[in-house]
Write a protein that binds this ligand. Structure first.
Ligand code: FES
Length: 339
């Protein structure tokens, strides 16, 4: 029996390895060319200490000096001793570069470019190589801009179909933007695009309490992948509420998918809000104005926040001002880049 282990490095890179139930994570990683920092290999020095974000495992043999009972209770483990009993996500406290792990690169072809609104494109890539591209829902890839040297742009995956031959992204239409300019003017079905990844620590953790998702603009993309994952898992044991904010009515996209999620996930709900005073949407204003006490569940909530930097900073500041101490808080800012 073997399991898939996602090794999540400090620099944001993630690598996936296969680990047999009879081998340690360190041994499995070495077998696949990834040198996780370690020294004694006997559970004595703590050089390989890592944090297990999700999954089940046996801790193995070690001495208390290397791993205290408190640390074990908090999810820490020694990678040289840990043996998985399910798929796991493991945070390695080192850069991927020092672990001798290569950047994974892929080439795929454009299957479809759609203009969802004046401000947003949907890009779907297709290719056999993508079957090898594993990622956690919420992570992103770097896409090389075709015909533009080594320039690349980072985009979150907007759907989750592991093992499939497609990958989807939401791309903001930035005036003068390299990628959006390419999509608007030159992109043709079949054009090749190189991408690398996955990257990022913004991904859906196991759902152990209510979840509040806060999205700004194309910051909706990682949540779409997360919700795909929830559907694939057969639903959520706890309520999930998404608040999706944009500047104007013309920026609202993917509501059909959100409605489909609401049908497929019984305890999922969402609200769209629009900053523009003249919006036809019922909720006007900014995302934080539509966070209700029930969404915060007295702090027993996991909060995920993704959007442009001003939005993320404003929401984070608001949560601090109203003294929200959530069980966990994960955020990702993306900055649009012009040429
Ligand atoms: Fe020493 Fe794992 S390498 S405890």
């Amino acid at each position: 029996m073997s399991y898939t282990i996602a090794l999540d490095f400090e620099d944001g890179a993630t690598r996936f390895i296969k680990c047999k139930d009879t081998e340690s994570v360190v041994d499995a990683a070495y077998r696949q060319g990834i040198n996780i920092p370690m020294d004694c290999r006997e559970g004595a020095c703590a050089a390989c200490k890592c944090r297990v974000e999700s999954g089940s495992y046996a801790l193995g043999d070690y001495i208390d000096d290397a791993l205290s009972a408190d640390e074990a209770a908090q999810g820490y483990a020694l990678a040289c001793q840990m043996r998985p009993t399910s798929d796991c996500v493991v945070r390695i406290p080192a850069d991927s570069s020092v672990c001798n792990t290569r950047q994974e690169s892929y080439t795929a072809n454009i299957r479809e470019v759609r203009r969802l609104s004046d401000s947003t494109f949907s890009l779907v890539l297709q290719g056999e190589a993508l079957r090898q591209l594993l990622f956690l829902p919420g992570q992103y890839a770097n896409l090389q801009v075709p015909g533009d040297g080594a320039h690349h742009r980072a985009y979150s995956f907007s759907s989750m179909a592991p093992g499939g031959d497609t990958a989807s992204f939401l791309i903001r239409n930035v005036p003068g933007g390299r990628m959006s300019g390419f999509l608007a003017d030159r992109a043709q079905a079949g054009d090749p695009i190189a991408l690398s990844g996955p990257f990022g620590s913004f991904y859906l953790r196991p759902i152990q309490r209510p979840v509040l998702m806060l999205a700004g603009g194309t910051g909706l993309a990682p949540f779409l992948a997360m919700l795909d994952k929830v559907v694939a898992a057969g639903g959520s044991p706890h309520p999930i509420h998404l608040i999706y904010g944009v500047n104007s009515d013309g920026d609202v996209v993917e509501t059909e998918r959100l409605e489909a999620f609401a049908r497929l996930i019984p305890n999922f709900s969402f609200a769209v809000c629009v900053v523009d005073e003249d919006s036809r949407h019922a909720r006007k204003g900014y995302v934080m104005q539509h966070i209700e006490p029930a969404h915060l569940n007295d702090g027993e909530v996991d909060i995920y926040l993704c959007g442009p930097p001003p939005m993320v900073e404003a929401v984070a500041r608001h949560l601090r001002e109203i003294d929200v101490k959530s069980a966990s808080f994960h955020y990702e800012k993306f900055a649009a880049s012009a040429a």
